[in-house]
Design a protein around this ligand. Structure first.
Ligand code: CA
Ligand code: CA
Length: 595
């Protein structure tokens, strides 16, 4: 077992000695540093960032658990999140210095001994009545920095706790939950700053990214993701100074619609130290009814690259200009390098499996589109993405009809759209394995009937102007874990799943790809072939990404379990089809059986 006394002052020290050493101890203790964050992907003894490295590859160099040994993977421990509060568990755990941190539904945070599962402390946030999370009371994870563990709550606060004691160190109100703001994404750390977004695109909030001093919570900059809004910087005294408007007011938005324009940054960000860029995906423009807002509606449904030093947008690429289907472009933009088959040059790229059904590859230095191809079988809203213009070729007849043209002016023409608004991929994170050169994408095949209705903004009310019913498009499956070659633009293999996939992916140098299913199976597939090599039933659906680390010579796998998220709430016919799935709330840890 871990000897905790090594990381704190010896008990015999006098108070004055402790007081005198507090400043030095702050840096001498094994707190998480910026170097730890930047190197996270290659340091196997810990997982100190969302994405197992801020580039978001979810790849581990560990190979003790591999295609030959994975059959011996057995549970090491499991712990319940307890209480009556179950619902969706979408959180990625973090591990540092022998402690495992995991957030849970209803804005809870737990610290466990990573080896034994002994509960060290927990925090249960007191949520007010009237919070408005769109898509279940979930949380996707915390960030670690110095001696702090930091996470966002459903009432739009950011909280930091001492990793050892669980005592709250700082608390900042991010925004007004009465207006529909909430927080569900895992923050990331960039150069000592905690970077966080906001949720609430269904309520006409203004998407933005914020940078705060991770040790104090004090704001450094704010960058709105709706064109027309002013960005701000904060000096050391906390004074707010203008830092340039995002885009050009009214260039891509009519009238004052941009003032409630959505583009929520609800799924967090990735950061690439090589280019010093933060990449954040943005949600739908508000309202859903696109007839209200002619134009591209920047920077909605886009990848936006922000310089962390300036808080300014360096480039953007819009995956769905003038979105009319709730195709939030919040899917993670994952940095990877590849050799250009023609020139042999190494390309610094980023991949994104977008909710709209296309897989996009952009040059991550400037946003230029390099490749775009479908990763789902049915896409109705566009014929293709034109690589020359970088824009979709729309199928105009498959945009929901204009309610103003309907006989009664109340309900526009109903169209069938695939993917459904729950997306070819949603919040669940893909992984990239540099060994195979493949992305592993938890994809779903489904469609929806969708129509538009008149709508006006009202604070704190749903701001959609649309109705919908989600439908399965295949009898035998909805989900499919797909291995995707980003250069050739091909699906290399797939492993179908009856229920829609909603959990993230982990891939390893052991030649494995791990992911969980709503049916409750954590699975390991051969990363090259997709062959299923191992599975284990955790007793409730998995909608979270697994992690791996090594401790005392053993490799561990951990995943949060608990069915929920958007599907049971919004899934229409699909929700009925999977209503036999049971809720839960627990963390599971696995290791190789020693014979
Ligand atoms: Ca690490
Ligand atoms: Ca949305």
């Amino acid at each position: 077992m871990k000897d905790w006394s090594k990381t704190r002052p010896a008990r015999g020290l006098t108070l004055s000695v402790i007081a005198a050493s507090v400043l030095a101890w702050g840096s001498a203790t094994a707190g998480v540093t910026d170097a730890d964050i930047v190197n996270d992907a290659t340091t196997t003894g810990d997982v100190v960032s969302f994405g197992l490295g801020t580039q978001g590859q979810r790849y581990s160099t560990l190979d003790k658990i591999n295609t030959s040994t994975v059959g011996n993977l057995v549970p090491a421990w499991t712990m319940s999140f307890g209480g009556e509060k179950q619902r969706g568990q979408e959180s990625q755990p973090l591990v540092h210095d022998g402690r495992l941190f995991v957030t849970a539904s209803y804005s809870r945070l737990f610290a466990f001994d990573a080896m034994t599962g002994k509960k060290l402390w927990k925090y249960e946030h007191r949520l007010p009545d009237g919070i408005m999370p769109c898509c279940d009371v979930i949380n996707r994870g915390a960030a670690l920095y110095d001696n702090l563990v930091i996470f966002g709550t459903l009432d739009a606060q950011l909280l930091a706790f001492d990793v050892e004691t669980g005592k709250r160190v700082w608390r900042e109100k991010v925004d007004d939950y009465h207006a529909g703001y909430s927080m569900s994404a895992a923050p990331i750390i960039v150069n000592g700053m905690v970077i966080s977004g906001v949720s609430g695109g269904e309520f006409g909030v203004i998407g933005r990214l914020e940078a705060r001093d991770a040790k104090t919570g004090k704001l450094k900059w704010i960058r709105p993701t709706v064109e027309g809004h002013m960005g701000y910087k904060f000096d050391d005294q906390g004074n707010k100074v203008e830092n340039g408007i995002s885009g050009t007011t009214n260039a891509t938005w009519p009238g004052d619609l941009w003032q409630t324009g959505g583009a929520a940054t609800w799924n967090g960000a990735t950061y690439d130290p090589e280019t010093n860029l933060i990449f954040v995906g943005t949600g739908n423009p508000a309202p859903w009814n696109s007839w209200n807002r002619p134009g591209d509606n920047l920077f909605s449904s886009s990848t936006v690259a922000i310089n962390p030093d300036t808080g300014k947008i360096v480039w953007h690429y819009q995956n769905t200009p003038h979105d009319g289907w709730d195709f939030d472009g919040v899917n993670e933009f994952v940095s990877f390098d590849y050799k250009d088959p023609k020139s042999g040059k190494v390309i610094k790229a980023g991949g994104k499996a977008d909710r709209n059904g296309f897989f996009f590859v952009n040059d991550r230095t400037n946003g230029k589109l390099l490749n775009a191809f479908p990763f789902v079988k049915q896409i109705t809203w566009a014929e293709k993405i034109d690589l020359a213009t970088g824009r979709p070729v729309y199928v105009d007849a498959n945009r929901p009809g204009n309610p103003a043209k309907a006989g009664d002016g109340k309900k526009g023409e109903v169209v069938f759209s695939a993917p459904s608004f729950l997306g070819g991929k949603n919040q669940m994170q893909m992984a990239y394995n540099p060994g195979t050169g493949l992305f592993y994408v938890p994809a779903n095949e489904w469609g929806m009937d969708i129509w538009n209705e008149p709508i006006a903004y009202k604070k704190g009310a749903a701001y959609l102007g649309a109705g919908f019913t989600i439908k399965a498009t295949h009898e035998d499956y909805i989900g499919a874990l797909r291995a995707i070659d980003p250069v050739k633009g091909e699906i290399v293999w797939e492993n179908k799943n009856y229920a829609p996939l909603w959990g993230g992916v982990l891939t390893t140098a052991g030649g494995l790809t791990f992911y969980g299913t709503p049916e409750g199976y954590l699975k390991a597939l051969d990363a090259k072939t997709g062959k299923e090599l191992w599975s284990f039933q955790v007793g409730t659906g998995i909608v979270a990404p697994p992690i791996t680390w090594e401790q005392d010579g053993e490799q561990f796998i951990a995943v949060a379990a608990g069915w929920g998220g958007a599907v049971p709430l919004w899934g229409g016919d699909v929700a009925k089809r999977v209503n036999y799935l049971e809720q839960g709330g627990s963390i599971w840890v696995f290791k190789l059986h020693k014979s």
